[in-house]
Design a protein around this ligand. Structure first.
Ligand SMILES: Nc1nc2c(c(=O)[nH]1)N=C([C@H](O)[C@@H](O)CO)CN2
Length: 118
C-alpha cells in the first residue's frame, strides 16, 4: 500500500477539559498517513491522479482552528471523518499530539486508524 503523509502539522485551537483551557489557544500537532495510488500519479505526473496533501492540510487547518472540543479523541475522530468523506482516501492513520499538556512529558495524545486498507 502506498502512502501520502503529512508530518508535524501544528495548529492552534481551543482544546481541553479544564476551565482555564477554554480561555486560551493551545497547539495540537497532526501526523497523518493516508493510502494513495502513487504509481498512477507517477505515470501521469498529474496532481489529479494523486491525493493532494496541501488540500488536505488546508482543510484540516481551517477546521481545527475553528473547533472547540474538550478531548483530543473527539478532534482526532472528526479530522479522520473529514479526510475519509471529502478526499479519495480509504484508510488512514492519524496521530494527534498535544505537546506540553502534561508536565514532565514531551507530548500526549491519541493514534487512530480508520477505514479499510485497500
Ligand atoms: N485521554 C485523554 N486524557 C486527557 C485529555 C484528553 O483529551 N484525552 N485531556 C486532558 C486535559 O485537557 C489536559 O490535556 C490538560 O493538560 C487530560 N486528560
Amino acid at each position: 500500500m502506498d502512502i501520502v503523509f503529512i508530518s508535524d502539522l501544528d495548529i492552534d485551537t481551543v482544546i481541553g477539559i479544564y476551565d482555564w483551557e477554554r480561555e486560551i489557544r493551545q497547539t495540537v500537532r497532526l501526523n497523518i498517513e493516508m493510502n494513495a495510488d502513487i504509481a498512477r500519479a507517477a505515470a501521469t505526473d498529474h496532481i489529479d491522479d494523486t491525493l493532494d496533501y496541501k488540500a488536505v492540510a488546508k482543510r484540516l487547518i481551517g477546521f481545527v482552528e475553528k473547533s472547540e472540543f474538550g478531548l483530543v479523541e473527539t478532534l482526532a475522530e472528526r479530522c479522520a471523518e473529514i479526510i475519509l468523506s471529502e478526499f479519495p482516501v480509504q484508510w488512514l492513520r492519524l496521530k494527534l499530539d498535544k505537546p506540553g499538556a502534561v508536565r514532565g512529558s514531551r507530548s500526549v495524545g491519541v493514534i487512530i486508524e480508520r477505514g479499510q486498507r485497500p
